[in-house]
Ligand binder design. Structure first.
Ligand SMILES: [Zn+2]
Length: 133
């Protein structure tokens, strides 16, 4: 069965149940991809992952053009992950395998991007120069 047919069948048989479910999730839960300025769900995991932290300029919302950043949980998570990575790097360095230290930093970076993409909420940036622009 091809993809299009499959989607059509899903729509015909369980359409009402599925849309009901999605509507409930969209309107009762505030999505982490919702812009804090205009309330539009204008971000996706990829744009959100690269939106940056509280002290960066962030990424402009596609709908209203204001900047959004990843909130405090993201900042705390990345601090913890990078401290852990630093300890690992030093530990590995003194063991004499410095190339694996780079791998630790890469893993820490990927973990932080994943956390930003799927867990941390979007907030308004706290930098004055961004808020006033
Ligand atoms: Zn917006």
């Amino acid at each position: 069965m091809d993809r299009l047919r499959f989607d059509e069948d899903m729509k015909n048989t369980r359409g009402s149940v599925r849309t009901g479910f999605y509507h409930e999730r969209t309107f009762s839960m505030k999505s982490i991809y919702t812009c804090p300025h205009c309330g539009e769900k204008s971000f996706n995991p990829i744009t959100k992952a690269f939106a940056g932290g509280l002290h960066t300029r962030g990424k402009a919302c596609k709908n209203c053009g204001h900047h959004c950043v990843n909130g405090t949980p993201s900042m705390i998570f990345s601090a913890v992950v990078y401290i852990a990575a630093l300890i690992m790097v030093l530990y590995i360095y003194f063991k004499g395998n410095s190339i694996w230290g780079l791998a630790c930093v890469a893993v820490a970076y990927v973990l932080c991007r994943l956390f930003d993409a799927f867990i941390a909420p979007l907030v308004k940036p706290i930098r004055n120069d961004v808020l006033n622009s």
